[in-house]
Design a protein. Structure first.
Length: 445
């Protein structure tokens, strides 16, 4: 057969004989003719096997998800059959030969675009098949653009990419539960964050970023928590204040949203998603101001309900779907977060909320070696377990700060998904490692 042509390129080959390879997406047997929709990584096209085609007998044996190589002639459709605005809506493939590359069993449920209506547990139980559905593929096309555009923007701003280790000797974040691993009969942990490594590396490269898997062993089965997530992390040296970090994170998110809007228009339409609104300058308020606005007593943090209410109020007041909240009690955050010099009980950390959910956490970090040692002692930590981290600051580190974004939460919020598991290709949580760990548990619905 001829060299393969991608389906998305067929419009350039009208009147020519081509060879395509892909899956049978739809099959319609009309007796004397058999119609197909074929798909590959570049798109879909309709094919027809006419009554006099030598491929007709084979065509009648195919069913959905068969993998095939097809040779045929690219023809213009009659004017009355043109589907304007649809990929390859003005052409079809007149099939001359079909080679079956792999057979497929009968599908366990309807995989058509109109008939696909599975609960989340069923989707995850059949993830290997469901990933082929256009709606599910659209979710991860958007996520791919989110991660890729994060990288692009970081590089455009002079940030150096590095890969942080997943196995660590100590706990960086303090508050969250961690997974302990047996590391050659010694105790180690799956990382909660590349934070300490980011701070080490900025002392060599000034601006750094990483795209890392991180792990949280929190016993939570909510619609916005996962055990394993993709963290988009950035750290920068020679800052003047935490506001420099805020501004860089805002520019990063603005760039990501711009890229999603430009590159994922088809996916956004398919998923009926509306991008969150980022105004010219994102509203920024202190935690104290946020609690006052909500009429809530002073507390150490906002709970999920308060985050949702705050976002609604900010949206009404400013039109922004985003709001930065800064100035958290120092002792509620990790040891490396910089205390406010004028009021050390509060720190220069910040969170970014969007549509009621935290997207980002970050702020200024402590760069003074003596102050770090003081916090290590106050937080009850063993300095020997973070000796590499402390060494970076012992020998001179600039004023610095950074932030981290969760790729799955961003995807969920941008697309208006109901559960963050929809935004994870192979989600891990306390109830699932591919298969459910507790039999018929339905907590994912």
């Amino acid at each position: 057969m001829k060299e393969r042509t991608l389906i998305g390129e067929l419009g350039k080959h009208v009147g020519k004989t081509v060879s395509i390879s892909g899956w049978v997406n739809v099959r319609r047997d009309q007796g004397k003719m058999v119609f197909f929709d074929f798909r590959d990584r570049s798109g879909k096209v309709q094919g027809v096997t006419l009554s006099d085609s030598p491929a007709l007998e084979t065509a009648k044996t195919l069913r959905c998800e068969y993998v095939v190589r097809v040779e045929g002639v690219v023809n213009k459709r009659p004017e009355k059959n043109v589907h304007a605005g649809k990929q390859n809506g003005d052409i079809e493939l007149e099939i001359k030969q079909i080679q079956v590359l792999a057979e497929a069993e009968s599908l366990p449920f309807d995989m058509s675009e109109s008939g696909f209506n599975l609960d989340l547990t069923t989707q995850l139980d059949h993830r290997a098949l469901v990933l082929r559905h256009p709606r599910v593929r659209a979710i991860f096309k958007v996520q791919n653009v989110i991660i890729d555009s994060f990288r692009q923007f970081m590089q455009s701003q002079g940030f150096f990419e590095f890969q942080a280790p997943v196995i660590t000797p100590s706990v960086a974040e303090g508050g969250a539960e961690v997974f302990e691993v047996n590391y050659f009969d010694k105790k180690a942990y799956l990382t909660q964050s590349p934070q300490l490594y980011k701070q080490i590396v900025i002392t060599a490269f000034e601006r750094v970023f990483s795209v890392n898997k991180i792990f949280r062993a929190e016993p939570s089965a909510t619609t916005r928590h996962l055990t394993e997530v993709v963290s988009l992390d950035a750290e920068m040296g020679f800052i003047e204040s935490w506001k420099d970090v805020r501004d860089m994170s805002e520019d990063t998110i603005r760039w990501i949203l711009h890229k999603v809007q430009r590159l994922c228009a088809e996916e956004l339409t398919l998923l009926e998603a509306t991008l969150p609104v980022m105004t010219e300058k994102t509203p920024t308020i202190s935690l104290t101001e946020a609690l006052e606005k909500l009429g809530a007593p002073a507390d150490k943090d906002l709970n999920p309900e308060q985050e949702h209410r705050l976002c609604e109020l900010i949206k009404t007041e400013t039109g922004s779907d985003f709001v930065y909240v800064y100035g958290y009690p120092t002792r509620t955050k990790p040891f490396y977060v910089y205390p406010n010099p004028e009021n050390p009980e509060f720190n220069e950390g910040m969170d970014l909320l969007c549509r009621g959910v935290e997207w980002l956490s970050g702020g200024r970090r402590i760069n003074d070696y003596g102050q770090l040692l003081k916090h290590v002692k106050e937080w009850g930590m063993d300095p020997d377990k973070i000796s590499m981290f402390l060494e970076a600051f012992k020998y001179g580190a600039p004023p610095e700060g950074g932030f981290a974004l969760g790729a799955e939460r961003m995807t969920m919020q941008i697309l208006g998904l109901k559960n963050v598991r929809e935004a994870s290709m192979f989600p891990r949580d306390m109830n699932r490692i591919d298969t459910l760990l507790h039999g018929n548990d339905t907590s994912e619905n």
